[in-house]
Design a binder for this molecule. Sequence first.
Ligand code: ADP
Length: 501
Amino acid sequence: MSVATQQFTLRQANQAFLAQPRKMLIDGKWVAAASGKTFAVFDPGTGREIAQVAAADKADIDLAVAAARRAFTNKAWAGMKACDRERLLNRLADLVEANADELAELESLDNGKSVNLARYVDVVAAVDCLRYMAGWPTKIEGSTIPVSVPYMPDAKFFAYTMREPVGVVGQIIPWNFPLLMAAWKLAPALATGCTVVLKPAEQTPLSALRLGELVLEAGYPAGVVNICPGFGETAGAALAAHPDVDKVAFTGSTEVGKLIVQAALGNLKKVSLELGGKSPAIVLPDADMDIAIPGAAMAIFFNQGQVCCAGSRLYVHKSIFDKVVDGVAGVAKGFTVGHGLSPSTQMGPLVSEEQALRVASYIEDGLKSGVEAVTGGRRLDQPGYFVEPTVLVKVKPEMKVVKEEIFGPVVVAMPFDDLDEVVTQANNTIYGLGASIWTRDLGKMHRLAPALKAGTVWVNCHSVIDAALPFGGFKQSGWGRELGREAIDLYMERKSVCAMV
Ligand code: ADP
């Protein structure tokens, strides 16, 4: 592992964006918090403050929800034709694409990830999600249903179903893919005609605020999209509990997901959740090592391991265990670690001091209980929130490092003997977001894929996500599916109309 030098100058547009306190977007206007409070945003690569952002609290959430409610029934939005909702969403996608380099730089600075990753994964995938969802408004259909009504033998009916937007939606997103998560949330809501109050994570509010400017530039009516940065316990909790919010969509930890469910109880708002994971990557003895080794490494180290479906439990057949583990450790050792904006950086810092401490304490806890680090195992002794990419072996199923989501560049590797055993081990978790199988044996692949309790099973790849492919979790990894047709369903009610004719 080598350390990249820090050499970069911010684009002028971003310098200007960061120079003054950023406000929140309510009812089409940029406003300060009612309390006047702001909070600091830090560069994870240096630990230095880069911006001040308005801190939304309950009073601001109330204003934003009221604006979203007005916009929901306002003719400018409620009466907009499906083809015009399509055009608007495509215009927003075009604007994100036109500002891709600037957005990627902002994202890298705010989150810590390498600017190349931000540019060619986050921004590209955000544009793709907006475009995919832009295709839906004109394709949302109901159906006609032949009803018989057995207790009214002589009556005739014409019955059909229709779809309606669910209403005002609260969306609470995490810090690992800030712009992309905003796109995953906004795109289906806007495609279906909902209105939104979006709360970005307090660690990474910047790209969502820039996206808000592009939303206005695209021409969305005032109040359709409101963006309220702030803390979870204040702004997030107020949004989740708000009696005039019809649905809350949340991505984040399972722990907070449970709080969202409790907060939603008051008015029984609809809830969709994309939560934590501890996803297994399973390498069978016949796997192509040239694919499986770098694949298993990227399954965990991509985005510094801050991926809800990261392959954080590596199960390798005992006959190839040493080879695969050495190979994955070799990939880790080869990374150039550094500031996200340094051109040579392959792995950036973690998002925050808190996250770096959390990840380091998991590693320490493991090492104390007899786990061995094949590589990594330390926080880097330099400014910023850097933790070494780490491969742990000699772990036991009951250990915290095996059971709990670390959300950092830390993988636990375990040998297995046969398929039944690895299925039992892989499923021995409260989570069920993703799983990957690395093999050339189709028969074994088809035995494993249905047996794994996970929302997505990848074969010879991991964390491959597409706007058309539903994504979400079994068990405590969530409720509902984002992306694909299922995401549209999350934002719509179905109404049955039954007419006696
Ligand atoms: P992490 O632990 O990875 O930071 P969280 O689940 O805490 O993830 O955060 C994800 C999002 O949830 C963030 O936008 C955060 O502000 C928000 N959040 C945290 N706590 C609450 C809460 N009690 N109610 C609503 N939102 C919250």
